[in-house]
Ligand binder design. Structure first.
Ligand SMILES: C[S@@+](CC[C@H](N)C(=O)[O-])C[C@H]1O[C@@H](n2cnc3c(N)ncnc32)[C@H](O)[C@@H]1O
Length: 268
């Protein structure tokens, strides 16, 4: 199972669903009674669900990673479990939902089938299309390099991290009728004054640490070791320019990650 740190989830979810919750409208959150957030991680989505559902609705987070669940448990009740064998009985929730879980599973439709076992009404998946991420930056080389690194990662990773709108196929393969789809663009901007996380991210670019962490995945695709070294060296140079621009407070960057919301209804 792919592992995530609490810090990574905090950083990448910052500001998500703050600007608009319109794309969640088909989940009918204001009339839910029992909601299960599968692969909840630190509970970033669970908190949004808890805020949008009635006071007497119970929102429960579920994850296989016990460390992440400890953080989630500060916000909602949690249960440890595998998305493919949920530790709950048939039809016990009227909404089973996940965010950025299916992209990490080799067979997303198997999880959707399990969701439909434990839901009496709706299931929903909010999945990014990491192949369509865009980056705008005051550092000229950053957008093209981010694109190059992303392509190499997508080529080497062993699950479909660009699932996005194709989540519908996983629902159909699990015999779940899709009743609505929507798109939410999560914009993450770095502007002065820079916070701790922006400073850390700039340092990681300048040291090439981020690419080094993903080296194995990057080399599992078509990228050769020489091409990896070239990419990392250009990346570090770009990172040094980011650090310089941060020093004179001129650095600005916006990354947009498209998330696709797929909602299905299970047979009564
Ligand atoms: C990218 S994180 C998303 C976390 C959270 N939903 C969010 O959007 O912030 C994916 C989560 O799925 C969990 N996960 C991966 N495979 C799992 C499985 N088979 N069963 C349960 N949880 C799983 C991971 O531990 C991680 O917390």
């Amino acid at each position: 199972m792919r592992e995530f740190s609490a810090e990574y989830l905090r950083r990448t979810r910052e500001g998500m669903w703050v600007d608009s919750r319109e794309a969640l409208s088909a989940l009918g959150l204001d009339e839910r009674e029992q909601v299960l957030d599968v692969g909840c991680g630190t509970g970033e989505l669970s908190r949004v669900l808890d805020a949008e559902t009635p006071d007497d609705c119970s929102v429960i987070g579920c994850d296989a990673d016990l460390d992440l669940l400890t953080t989630a448990s500060e916000y909602v009740p949690v249960v440890a479990g595998d998305a493919l064998r949920l530790p709950v009985s048939d039809g016990s929730f009227d909404l089973v939902v996940c965010q950025a879980l299916l992209i990490n599973l080799p067979e997303p439709s198997a999880a959707v089938a399990e969701f439909s076992r434990v839901s009496s009404d709706l299931i929903a998946a909010i999945e990014p299309d990491n192949g369509a991420v865009t980056v705008e930056s005051t550092v000229d080389a950053e957008s093209a390099l981010a694109d190059r690194a992303r392509r190499a990662y997508l080529d080497g990773v062993n699950t479909n991290v660009a699932l996005g709108a194709a989540t519908r196929d996983a629902f159909e393969a699990a015999d779940v009728e899709v009743v609505a789809t929507a798109r939410y663009d999560h914009d993450r901007s770095v502007t002065p004054p820079y916070d701790e996380s922006a400073l850390r991210s700039a340092k990681r670019k300048a040291s090439g640490e981020g690419l080094a962490d993903d080296r194995e995945t990057l080399l599992a695709g078509a990228l050769t070791p020489d091409e990896y070294d070239d990419l990392r060296s250009a990346w570090r140079e770009m990172g040094r320019t980011v650090v310089d621009q941060i020093g004179d407070r001129t650095y600005r960057r916006t990354e947009t990650v498209p998330f696709h919301v797929t909602v299905g209804r299970v047979d009564a």
